[in-house]
Design a protein around this ligand. Sequence first.
Ligand code: SF4
Length: 259
Amino acid sequence: MKNTAGKGLFIGLSWAAFIIVLAISLLTIYLVYPRIASIHRVLPIVLWAIFGLGVVVVGGGLLLITIASLTGLDVLYPHNGKSITMRVLFPVVVGFGGFLGWEKIRLMDAFVATNNALLWAQRKRLSGKRILVLLPHCLQFHDCQWRITHDIENCRRCGKCVIADIAELGDRFGTAIRVATGGTLARKVVGDYRPTLILAVACGRDLSSGVIDSHPIPVFGIPNERPHGPCFDTTVDVRRLAELLEMLLPKPSADAESK
Ligand code: SF4
């Protein structure tokens, strides 16, 4: 998947936060150790056991996420477990990265890029039976009179915005495409359609909250391009959307093809 820099930022900050927490924990244990040992001789063993378990679980999970996102190898446990880990890492990285001076939107883009990479590593396990393409309303040309939020087929395909190309993708792949004007409507669309997989186009902020809100449904996030500023006549790389659909939709079996 593209956006290696985003993945690197997210993974790097995750490891930095992990090492800092590890160092603080070791320092705390060092300071309280004599007191704990004086209370009961078993307590230090319990303390080290809890510490060791935490290091193995968190460090091991982080190691698997790092390998999967950077190499594309499916070394992860089921994606629900991965989502939980990512839901924990997201606030840690955004908080820690923000503290270090990174822009929040850059950190959210990095989260989406890492989530995409992990889903990509697990792509053989994902079900493409009911893919939903979810679009933001700002992709539509601002002066267009046709109402596409209820039905993208209302688009007259004049070519003034990418909605025309995306509607054609829907025809070509037979995929459900919905346009949402905000998070509430997006959640309703997802609840009504019940997809097995979502391809969402939006800004990093909406994509990162969408990835978390849609759990356990996997969400591939495709950041929109904003040549005129946020939320106004935005656009998206339609070829990238088409490539993803091509790769994620179930392939007809050899038997079905020969009939
Ligand atoms: S392509 Fe469709 S949505 Fe875009 S301006 Fe033309 S009619 Fe409106």
